[in-house]
Design a protein around this ligand. Sequence first.
Ligand SMILES: Cc1cc2nc3c(=O)[nH]c(=O)nc-3n(C[C@H](O)[C@H](O)[C@H](O)COP(=O)(O)OP(=O)(O)OC[C@H]3O[C@@H](n4cnc5c(N)ncnc54)[C@H](O)[C@@H]3O)c2cc1C
Length: 509
Amino acid sequence: MEFDRVTDILVVGYGFAGGVAALEAHDLGAEVLLIEKMPHGGGISICSGGGCRTAKSAASAFSYLRKTCNGTTPDRVLEAFADGMTRIDDWMAAYAATSGAKLLVVEYPGNYPFPGFEDLGFTMYGELPNFDQFSYYPHARGLRGGARHFKVIEDNIAARGIEVRLGCPARRLLTDGQGRVAGLEAEEGGRVLRIGARKGVVLACGGFEAAEDLKAQFLPGPIMPAAFRGSTGDGIRMAQKVGAALWHMWNVHGTYGFRHPDPDYPFGLRLARLPDWNPALERRHDMRMAWIVVDGDGQRYMDEFPPYMQDTGHRPMDFYDTGKGGYPRIPSYLLFDEAGRALYPMAIPSFNDTEARAGWSADNLAEVETGLLKRADTIEGLARALGLPEAGLAASVAAWNRSCKEGRDAAFGRIPESMMPLATPPYYGAPVWPIVSNTQGGPVHDEHWRVLDAFGAPIPGLYEAGELGGIFGFLYLAGGNLAECYIGAKRATAHALGLEASTRIAATR
Ligand SMILES: Cc1cc2nc3c(=O)[nH]c(=O)nc-3n(C[C@H](O)[C@H](O)[C@H](O)COP(=O)(O)OP(=O)(O)OC[C@H]3O[C@@H](n4cnc5c(N)ncnc54)[C@H](O)[C@@H]3O)c2cc1C
């Protein structure tokens, strides 16, 4: 086959997974090229909290992952993942040294009371010397840790002189006569570029949060992306074209939040990040959630504060009413009072985009001025402003306030530490919609992150890493996606270079 350029390992996508795959390929002695379709790297990775999930023991992590994935991911893949979780601290420490970053290593139990949850942790890159994320990455906002994390990856890429081509989207994989992926066709500066890969192509090109066609096919209801327009499922489409099977497509990491008043603004605005809690552990006392959520009839219908709201918060909204023919909970309506308004900013906008930017005021009042938040002196007035039935909403708020007085949400079981009455006027409210932070689905892979076809056979030369084809097929483990960026990238690259390191798969059953 004829190529414009040939390398050993060709990595598609410059988020954390692509960055780590390129670093690993280089450190294992291979020639590597990293291509990225957007004008800058970072993907949704740069918007993230930056925390990687780690484990003290692979056996504990394996037990936990098994329950989390609920039969959707084979044990051998979970074993490899669990083993990787015990190595992440060392991997990150090596990269941190290049940037002069300190590692923040914390014990952080799993989100759910599943076996092994107590042995899990979180690792992040701490403050970096002379690094101000706002001036360094003016196009990106998120949970801060992600920007530090990407800076560390970028520093390491630069220190090794790895070639990165920005504005260079991969379009189609190229296979040889035996069905082996031998390279791909990309586009650069308006021309087609054929790039060959002697050892393998690693697709690290993220999820499908911004692919409306794929979301319509695979997800139970409409859902807005949280941060990034580049996640258009390109890796899924390219892998499908060469025969890949798909998994975990229905499962997204999501919650609910506001819509920007500008109808062209492409991202949902995720709500304030409140602490996660685990039903098996004593709860913190600083967990007040200022709001309740009601449907279009003004009725509460869910526990607004499940253990990991950022992961499953959207799920109750997906209910489709077959009698009425629609989603009566999309949009829903979020309500709070004056005491709630003063507690914290209600949303944390995130974006990695050269054009779309949103902010949020510390006291939530700028959003009242723009009309995003409606304000009224009475609940009935708020109902009118939001187009909700006055009597229905007033009854729901009265019932909620009684529950707060009793210290028990008999209807939906929301934890008492989070309960706040809506009792101090003025009252505030706005419609809220499901928001997907990131998808988990994509091509099926094995324990070496080789992409598998519909009959379970590896597609030679093709690997994936990161959020694309993630392992989480049922419930998510906070920090698991970033762990996946490291583990998938390291294992895929090693295998492609013939260093499959079978000893790395711990016998954890
Ligand atoms: C607000 C927020 C907070 C989060 N916090 C955390 C957290 O703390 N911990 C955690 O584990 N997870 C977190 N997540 C999820 C996590 O950030 C992602 O799952 C992970 O970063 C995905 O990394 P990735 O490298 O696979 O994909 P991405 O970072 O999205 O990178 C993929 C890259 O591929 C590029 N690309 C796409 N198509 C092509 C193509 N055809 N050709 C070339 N390039 C292409 C994209 O432009 C992009 O740059 C968070 C998500 C959000 C939105």
